[in-house]
Design a protein around this ligand. Structure first.
Ligand code: DGP
Length: 116
């Protein structure tokens, strides 16, 4: 069993978060430390620590993360100008919370994908 993170408590609504969307597979809430005008985290309700732990049985939740990203980007009014979806994995990827999550960021031009 993997160790739960703060995200499991947010999903179960045991601690406060600005939840924008929730269904049986995924939950989306505003990042506590936004790096852009829109910065939303979309997470599977089931704990998957890293992308390295993804299995075929997770495909429904992972696919739902994209359809929810599309919906929330439209609701935020950033769909036409564009946005970025980011998933960090492990130390070199800069992952801080070991419950996989998709960052939906946008609201202004985000610049180069990676610092050189
Ligand atoms: P990452 O580096 O990809 O693991 O990003 C983790 C993100 O999670 C980071 O942008 C800050 C956010 N975060 C961490 N703790 C909390 C929390 O308690 N509430 C919310 N809403 N976001 C959090």
């Amino acid at each position: 069993m993997s160790a739960e993170t703060i995200f499991s408590k947010i999903i179960r609504r045991e601690i406060p978060a600005n939840i924008l969307y929730q269904d049986e597979l995924v939950t989306a809430f505003r990042d506590i430390n936004p790096r852009a005008p829109t910065h939303i985290l979309i997470v599977p309700n089931q704990l998957i620590p890293t992308v390295n732990d993804v299995e075929p049985e997770h495909e429904a939740a992972l696919g739902r993360m994209f359809t929810v990203a599309r919906k929330l980007a439209k609701e935020a009014g950033i769909d036409e100008k564009g946005y970025r979806l980011i998933m960090n994995c492990n130390e070199h990827g800069g992952q801080e919370v070991y419950h996989i999550h998709m960052h939906l960021v946008g609201g202004h031009a985000l610049g180069a994908m990676l610092a050189r």
